[in-house]
Design a protein around this ligand. Sequence first.
Ligand SMILES: NC(=O)c1ccc[n+]([C@@H]2O[C@H](COP(=O)([O-])OP(=O)(O)OC[C@H]3O[C@@H](n4cnc5c(N)ncnc54)[C@H](OP(=O)(O)O)[C@@H]3O)[C@@H](O)[C@H]2O)c1
Length: 320
Amino acid sequence: MFAAYAARIDPEDPLSGLELGERPEPEARPGWSTVTVKAASLNHHDLWSLRGVGLPAERLPMILGCDAAGVDEDGNEVVLHSVVGQSGHGVGPKEPRSILTERYQGTFATQVSVPTWNLIPKPAELSFEEAACLPTSWLTAYRMLFTNSGTKPGDTVLVQGAGGGVATAAIVLGKAAGLRVWVTSRDEAKRARALELGADGAYESGARLPERVDAVLETVGAATWSHSIKSLRPGGTLVISGATSGDRPKAAELTRIFFLELKVVGSTMGSKEELTGLLNLCATAGVRPVIDSTYPLAEAKDAFAKMSKGDLFGKLILKP
Ligand SMILES: NC(=O)c1ccc[n+]([C@@H]2O[C@H](COP(=O)([O-])OP(=O)(O)OC[C@H]3O[C@@H](n4cnc5c(N)ncnc54)[C@H](OP(=O)(O)O)[C@@H]3O)[C@@H](O)[C@H]2O)c1
């Protein structure tokens, strides 16, 4: 079957390890289902994989892609929960949690195989493209906001780096939940688009905010860490799920963290229940993922290049 896969690891030039071509179809396995992929979406995780983060060279070649929506062997329209091993379903009880593409082949292919437990019915209200946006960055934003940020309707949340997949999800979900959402971006056009999307305020990266916020959602990492800590009210919560610009901030702001009793909470992906909640929210509240652009799978290299440049607003879709 045709697939986009990591053939080599190169931390300096990750795109050079991306190959397009034929890979074996998934083999039948007890407790697992094969899904015909209708749409998949790209995440920064796929770039990290090509750099060797979470994907050691001995597991290559590895089909990339954590997210997909498609049709199972019985003709049901499904969305994949891409975390395997958390529940013991389909794998041994002691197998540690992994995300598709770390241990098992991913979704940038005609077919993908996952434990049957990991399939969730796709709501009819969502297209395959929309549903394919949800399992990684949108699920991560959902958990950051609703499980880990401690915010309630009426609170103010700051989202760093307005254009990313997690960030755009956080804007839309935060507004749907009655939060006041402020964003930062280095780019004026992205700030304008964030306001169109419903953000209540959009500021240059590092700018002083009108007042301190109840929570910050951080995925940019080193470049915005200090600003995130300084933007919190006493007792506020910083939720971090990514570090696109690096994980060594110049200033850790330790004094501020203990003196103002700030909470720093790590967050990764989400549970199957949370993904089901997210799908229900989209179906019932009219919330829809923000799609930057859609590419045929054969043009995956263009989509990867766009993500690598940070030249996007919302999700990039790949269609086999
Ligand atoms: N833990 C998890 O489960 C999980 C799940 C999903 C994603 N992640 C991680 O979260 C991060 C975000 O992923 P993503 O796919 O949403 O989007 P992404 O493409 O990594 O994010 C792009 C945004 O990052 C900002 N950015 C990048 N470099 C920057 C810099 N040097 N200074 C300031 N801002 C910078 C840009 O904001 P502006 O251009 O607007 O300033 C850009 O819009 C990634 O590192 C990813 O690995 C983790």
